[in-house]
Design a binder for this molecule. Structure first.
Ligand code: PMP
Length: 406
């Protein structure tokens, strides 16, 4: 089976409109993905028929809401093949999930003088929370570098790992370079030193089937909005053996066992990490998005996106005065580039006037830009609903930009 692109595009109403009078070309999927009508309708239906706060109601709709929310926990468990349902914690997104681990794991397991390893290609979301933790606990942040092609220098990893290392946090896919990191090897190496590994899955969950047990990662985090669901919902997967030991991140309703004015006891995972009214409607949207992706099939998604990447890379390479940043052998369908003597903002603004949405700037990876000695790039990031025609429009647009600046 291959992808039925017309049928798929018909499911995404936002793609079928004109922007600045032109057919819309959306190439900013790394920032957020568009939503299929199935997700949009499910959210609207939920508010029409089911909405009620979860977990504490005895009435009919509260029970329905609770069942819908908990069913998605089970769905996510199956989607990423977690061993236990209670290893799935709903959060606001990747950033929230990383902060939860940095605070809670940090409280329990990180002491002064300990070390945490991250890579030099992390999104600020998987960098700043670790810096904050290290400052708080007087621990040391150690950095795994990458080379000019945008590939991690894995030979340097064993030299960074030692008995003081408490955690390694690394992105599966770089949002600014497109590199797919060999996380299975990284996890295996870290585990030889008994170091748990957190994987930032913000840019991988939408492109390939994740199997957390096969990867043997200790934490895996992602955002719903990057996988065709709503904003404000995300997931933290954590191995039971760590979650059970970790203290709550936030206090409030829904996470408590017994409260007196003097002392509170907490529920077990996952509830102890879900204080306050959860984004249960967001969770419902995530469940529908997962069904949608499964109906398209990861094999089809991967094949189509690989073809788009190949065609786009070959087409962009032919343009004189265009430099691609991020030349890893194993890449996702994301291309960062610059045009000679043209600022990335100017390129992005002109492409926008031509109906083409790309992202410009540092993509929340300022250290990556510093390493490359540039201030930012233009980034075209593809999803399975993009077409070869979208690539042609991008190429045409880039040529117009160059003509205007000639
Ligand atoms: N990590 C990576 C690799 C990302 O691409 C992003 C989003 N750009 C994040 C983390 C943060 O995700 P969110 O803003 O949804 O929390």
């Amino acid at each position: 089976m291959s992808i039925n692109i017309e049928k798929i595009r018909a499911d995404f109403p936002i793609l079928n409109q004109k922007v600045h009078g032109k057919d819309y070309v959306y190439l900013d999927n790394g920032a957020t993905t568009q939503k299929p009508i199935q997700v949009i309708d499910a959210v609207s239906d939920f508010y029409r028929k089911t909405n009620s706060n979860i977990h504490r109601g005895v009435h009919f709709l509260s029970d329905q809401s609770t069942k819908a929310y908990e069913a998605v926990r089970k769905k996510v468990q199956n989607f990423i093949n977690a061993e236990h349902e209670h290893e799935i914690i709903f959060t606001k997104g990747t950033t929230d999930s990383v902060n939860l681990v940095a605070f809670s794991f940090g409280e329990k397991f990180v002491d002064a003088g300990d070390e945490i390893i991250i890579s030099a290609m992390e999104h600020h979301s998987n960098l700043v929370p670790w810096q904050m933790l290290c400052e708080r606990k007087k621990a040391k942040l150690r950095i795994l570098p990458f080379n000019k092609n945008g590939e991690l220098e894995l030979d340097k990893l064993p030299g960074l790992l030692n008995e003081k290392t408490t955690l390694l946090a690394v992105t599966h896919v770089s949002n600014s370079l497109g590199t797919i990191n060999p996380i299975k090897d990284i996890i295996e190496t870290a585990h030889k030193f008994n170091v748990p590994v957190l994987i930032d899955g913000a840019q991988s969950i939408q492109h390939e089937q994740i199997n957390v047990q096969d990867l043997d990662c200790d934490f895996y985090v992602f955002s719903g909005h990057k996988i065709y669901a709503e904003t404000g919902i995300g997931v933290l997967y954590g191995k039971e053996k760590y979650l059970k030991e970790m203290p709550p991140y936030q206090g409030g309703g829904d996470m408590v066992d017994h409260v007196t004015l003097e002392k509170t006891t907490y529920l077990d995972t996952p509830f102890r990490f879900e204080a306050g009214t959860a984004n249960y409607v967001g969770a419902v949207s995530l469940g529908v998005a997962i069904d949608y992706i499964n109906s398209v099939g990861f094999e089809n998604i991967a094949k189509h996106e690989a073809e788009l990447l190949k065609y786009a890379t070959e087409s962009l390479k032919k343009i004189e005065g265009l430099t691609i940043y991020g030349k890893a052998k194993n890449k996702t369908a994301t291309i960062s580039f610059l045009l000679d003597n043209i600022h990335h903002y100017d390129t992005g603004m002109i492409l926008d006037k031509l109906g083409i949405a790309v992202r410009t700037g540092s993509h929340c990876t300022q250290p990556v830009m510093d390493f490359l000695d540039i201030t930012g790039t233009v980034r075209a990031s593809f999803a399975f609903y993009n077409t070869f025609d979208d690539v042609d429009r991008l190429v045409e647009g880039i040529k117009k930009v160059q003509d205007m600046f000639a």
